[in-house]
Design a protein around this ligand. Structure first.
Ligand code: ADP
Ligand code: CIR
Length: 355
């Protein structure tokens, strides 16, 4: 059972959130009934409701506000997680996540053959390694073990995927900042992750692998154990996706990942469950962006999410937006890509039709 101290913090936090003007899903779905039902509970890892919601309690500007402190949280605190997952992914949890299906990797072409509207394309997925807990329950040793394990996997990659692993601990601040500015590396000091207890022992165990062309990259121990991504300039979704499918396949030969029937690949944030796929373009849409209400409506219609040019919670830069598929659960990998591809096709049409 949760300790009196935890209960105290939960009670105070809950009351503050209820009075706040937070627009988070946490605020909407943590009703009094749900709160009272879940506040005493604890997983076998020792995680409480507080561990799952403290990010949202501390950051009223959260869009979601919850993380799974360990894999059991999705079941122990399901009265909170399920409705958030159902709304975010627009998927009723009476059905299970479909089996992994990448489809024919070369099914997609180039969204912008002339190269005048799409700056770059990126597809990423997240993986949790079997045998290791999630961030808030990890020891410093776990971080070191994962890094070592992954280094040995990276050493086996060949051909276009061959590259080098760069540990954050042995990187200069200048190199780190350049990698962030060039959109290759995760940022440091994400306040949502920090208050979720996901940045302990930083930078231990954190790092980035990339191939020579920096078109195939893997983040180690940031929000998830692994973020595997493929990216390149321009709009050739087929090439980007094909490279990702092959890279994930190679990494999977050496490592086992945590999955379950209901949620597919398990991730720290409920918005990434299922396929964990975020397929995005950096796109110049100055005309659409001149009317944000209309732009947002259009993005919603095609289930696209709008982010800024430096990723989540960032502002657009030079009229460039990050547009990606929003849903990742309840559809296959192929369907996620198709949702992005078809949506962006319509966005481009709409931008060109604006006067
Ligand atoms: P994630 O995509 O892993 O959820 P972010 O939204 O923070 O995390 O994005 C991570 C980085 O990837 C950011 O620097 C972002 O600008 C970059 N990025 C995302 N999509 C693209 C893209 N299509 N082209 C270039 N960089 C991209
Ligand atoms: C938030 O709630 O804003 C952060 N915890 C991040 C949530 C992930 N957002 C998303 O849309 N994929």
């Amino acid at each position: 059972k949760a300790s009196p101290e935890v209960l105290n913090q939960l009670q105070t936090g809950y009351e503050k959130l209820a009075k706040s003007d937070s627009g988070s899903m946490l605020k909407r779905f943590l009703t009094k009934d749900v709160f009272d039902k879940l506040k005493f509970k604890k997983t076998s890892f020792g995680s409480t409701l507080l561990d799952c919601i403290q990010s949202g309690l501390q950051n009223f500007d959260s869009s979601i506000g919850v993380y799974a402190a360990d894999p059991e949280c999705y079941t122990v605190f399901k009265e909170l997680f399920d409705p958030i997952i159902e709304e975010y992914h627009k998927f009723k949890l009476i059905a299970n996540q479909p089996a992994t299906d990448w489809g024919p990797p070369n099914a997609f072409g180039n969204l912008d053959p002339k190269g005048d509207i799409i700056v770059s394309t990126r597809v990423r997925c997240c993986r949790t390694l079997k045998g290791f807990p999630l961030n808030p329950c990890m020891t410093e040793n776990h971080y070191q073990e994962i890094e070592k394990l992954m280094q040995s996997t990276f050493n086996t990659l060949t051909g276009d995927l061959k590259g080098t692993y760069n540990s954050l601990s042995s990187m200069t601040k200048e190199v780190q900042q350049k990698l962030i500015d060039d959109h290759y590396l995760f940022k440091e000091g994400d306040k949502f992750l920090q208050s979720a207890n996901a940045c302990r022992f930083w930078p231990t165990g954190r790092g980035i692998f990339y191939n020579e062309k920096k078109t195939f990259l893997v983040w180690v121990c940031e929000e998830d154990h692994l973020r595997i991504m493929s990216m390149q300039n321009g709009g050739n979704v087929g090439e980007v996706y094909t490279r990702l499918v092959s890279g994930v396949g190679e990494i999977q030969k050496k490592n086992e990942f945590v999955t379950n029937e209901k949620f597919g690949y398990l991730t720290f944030c409920p918005t990434n469950l299922g396929t964990t796929i975020r397929a995005s373009v950096h796109i110049k849409v100055p005309k659409l962006a001149a009317n944000m209400t209309k732009f947002k409506d259009l993005a919603d219609r095609y289930h696209l999410q709008i982010r800024g040019a430096a990723g989540e919670h960032s502002a657009p830069k030079d009229g460039i937006y990050d547009l990606s598929n929003k849903r990742r659960l309840g559809l296959t990998e192929h369907q996620c890509l198709k949702e992005m591809f078809d949506g962006i096709t319509e966005i481009i049409k709409a931008e060109k039709a604006e006067k």
